[in-house]
Unconditional design. Structure first.
Length: 160
């Protein structure tokens, strides 16, 4: 995980209440985790693949969680690896409680193919994610800026 993503989550987590129920969508520990930033929270990882960092095997398009059951949902560097990223953002909204927070990062338009090309479906146009937030979320913030490799990353938070 890029250091600036860990830094971003560390800054944005102040939006959630202490002791929050935290769910990380796409939690498989491929290259780092932010789990250590939430020591006093009920932290649950959901991933399609069994492995380190996951407690629940599940599909982000239909999260195996009750509606309005989470205080904070993380989705870090996942959306560019799925074909239906809009559906996943809406599903995150479904499982969040009122005033719950989503923290999302993704490769933005201009980011080259990565992950060996095996499951990379395309960078996320920041304006499309912003349009989705505008329609379905109470408050939100989104930036697209270069990461430490010089490629554009979307960093966003949204409150239900």
């Amino acid at each position: 995980m890029h250091p600036e993503i860990i830094e971003w989550v560390n800054e944005a987590r102040r939006l959630a209440r202490p002791g929050a129920r935290v769910v990380e969508v796409g939690s498989g520990d491929m290259n780092g985790t932010v789990r250590q930033l939430f020591p006093a929270s009920d932290y649950v990882g959901v991933d399609l693949r069994i492995g380190a960092g996951m407690e629940i095997l599940g599909d982000a398009r239909a999260l195996p969680l009750q509606s309005d059951s989470c205080d904070l949902v993380l989705c870090l560097s996942v959306l560019e690896h799925v074909r239906c990223w809009r559906r996943i953002v809406l599903e995150i909204g479904r499982v969040l409680r009122l005033k719950g927070v989503a923290i999302i990062t993704a490769a933005a338009t201009g980011y080259p193919e990565h992950a060996g090309g095996t499951d990379y479906y395309g960078a996320i146009p920041p304006w499309r994610l912003a349009a989705l937030f505008q329609l379905h979320w109470r408050r939100w913030s989104l930036t697209a800026e270069p990461n430490s490799l010089g490629f554009p990353d979307v960093k966003a938070w949204a409150i239900k």
